[in-house]
Ligand binder design. Structure first.
Ligand code: N7H
Length: 477
């Protein structure tokens, strides 16, 4: 049984938010920091149970029943340096990627990330020990609670960098800045996510949503079994007993060049003689509405997109020649589902829970080249950064040969190319993607999309450990 009162709420559920402040800080005075945490902060941390209750309240409100929650969401994570500050240099060693850090030259080289000289200077201005995530449904309330939190902490910390993410306005609310609906596909967790068809599909939450063993995302529980995904696998050894109910968070500030992306899509679609919306959908694997190409390969189907019982209920095994969805499309790369049926159980070990939020203003009228910084505060949770986030970025998105073993209808090996949204090539060379123009329902015409520019650019990154609430109350303070 998952300890819902002990796990921080952003990990498996997500803090409810229209606004989210990311407050990156350095500990200046360990003693007063611990005291302030114990006295005023830890009691306000949003647990998974609380986040779950709020989800329910939101669902009721949508059916007209409840008011808005005036209590903000609050979670807290520490970097490797932060754990060392709190516990001393002889503390136990955690996940190797966490200990190395997102800003280590080896991590940057392995992920083909831009070098630190291209990151935000403010983010690099000082050592980052931890991050507070503060969320609320309106900006004024969030600002009030941010001030209150910083008041509790006084001079015990220094804010190194902070930035507020916000959901986009009105009908764009559920969309990221390129205009695609986000937050559609998320792994479910056994014991937490309820199967919608318990007798027909006990291994799925909503139709198409894999239920995974909690140890993939929360330390101290069984993870996936490599032979049989329905059986609980081993419990990974804990770095320390108090790490139970904790999780690792990957943070990446990803700027998006929206006018440039749209101009590129229009120009390339004209070159291929395609409808631009279809090309954009082929790059992502879903239409901007959220409808998946596997179920709507040629025309958008907004009614399918709006139906949570249908919009994620598909696989790729029935599309072995990428007629409906390219192998390199962002969602096919980052979650290959059953693309290689023999490797399905293994692929379930590379899933992440995504809890990001957009940042920055809407594109202004006349903004044909990016003038205002905007993008995604990408956040994901896992129990092994190396096996989950880094694996997806490195072995899938950045690897033009993944998925391997596919052939053309007439024979001959396919090189799928890079994920056109987040793939990063070594040395920033041109990235290619196979088959932007569909051979649907049949055909074997070859087209290649050549992408010279990075429309998504990393400008800051860090890895955090999100401890259990018990660990915050005891060992860490
Ligand atoms: Fe991605 N986008 O707008 O194009 N992503 N993503 N992502 N992403 C997804 O299913 C996007 C990023 C995953 O289960 C959708 O929720 C953008 C990183 C995974 O079928 C859309 C950025 C990583 C999935 C986008 C970005 C991932 C996914 C479809 C950066 C990990 C689920 C909506 C600015 C390395 C796939 C949905 C599945 C979905 C976009 C970043 C991973 C529209 C713009 C860094 C695993």
């Amino acid at each position: 049984m998952l300890d819902l009162d002990d796990i921080q709420g952003d990990v498996p559920i997500g803090l409810q938010k229209d606004f989210e402040d990311f407050i990156f800080f350095k500990v200046l005075d360990k003693g007063s920091f611990k005291l302030a945490l114990r006295r005023d902060v830890i009691g306000r941390i949003t647990s998974t149970r609380r986040a779950q209750q709020r989800e329910l309240a939101i669902a009721q409100r949508q059916s007209g029943q409840a008011g808005r929650d005036p209590i903000p969401g609050l979670n807290l994570g520490f970097t490797r340096d932060g754990l060392t500050q709190l516990l001393g240099p002889r503390r136990p060693s955690f996940d190797p990627s966490f200990e190395r850090g997102a800003d280590h030259p080896d991590t940057i080289a392995a992920l083909h990330d831009p070098s630190r000289s291209d990151w935000l200077n403010e983010f690099l201005a000082d050592r980052i020990d931890g991050v507070f995530l503060v969320t609320a449904h309106d900006r004024a309330l969030l600002t009030f609670h941010r001030h209150q939190l910083l008041g509790f902490l006084g001079g015990s910390i220094k804010v190194v960098y902070s930035e507020m993410g916000n959901t986009r306005p009105r009908q764009e609310r559920r969309k990221e800045h390129f205009g695609f609906r986000d937050g559609v596909s998320q792994p479910g967790i056994r014991g937490l996510t309820r199967p919608s068809r318990p007798s027909g599909a006990p291994d799925q939450g909503l139709p198409g949503q894999d239920l995974l063993w909690p140890g993939e995302f929360i330390l101290g529980y069984p993870g996936q079994d490599l032979r049989d995904p329905r059986k609980p696998g081993p419990i990974a050894p804990l770095p320390a007993p108090w790490a139970k109910n904790g999780s690792y968070m990957v943070f990446r500030r990803l700027e998006q060049r929206v006018p440039e992306f749209n101009a590129f899509v229009r120009a390339q679609a004209a070159r291929f003689g395609m409808y631009p919306e279809l090309l954009a959908a082929r790059m992502v694997g879903r239409w901007r509405s959220g409808a998946p190409l596997e179920l709507a390969p040629i025309d958008d189907k907004p009614s399918l997109a709006a139906d949570d019982r249908r919009n994620n209920d598909f696989g790729y095994a029935g599309d072995p020649w990428q007629r409906a969805c390219p192998y390199a499309a962002h969602i096919r790369k980052t979650n290959p589902r059953d693309d290689v049926p023999a490797e399905r159980a293994e692929m379930l070990r590379h899933r992440i829970i995504r809890q990001g939020i957009p940042f920055g203003p809407e594109v202004a009228p006349g903004e044909t080249t990016t003038k205002h910084k905007r993008g995604l505060m990408f956040v994901c949770y896992q129990t092994s950064i190396e096996r989950q986030f880094e694996y997806i970025q490195k072995n899938y998105a950045n690897n033009p040969d993944f998925v391997s073993g596919k052939e053309r209808p007439g024979g001959g090996v396919v090189r799928p190319g890079y994920d056109p949204i987040i793939g990063q090539a070594e040395g920033n060379v041109v990235r290619h993607m196979d088959e932007p123009n569909p051979n649907y329902p049949a055909g074997n015409r070859r087209t290649t999309l050549s992408i010279l520019e990075q429309f998504v650019q990393l400008t800051a990154a860090a890895y955090f450990f999100m401890p259990s609430i018990t660990a915050l109350r005891t060992v860490l303070t």
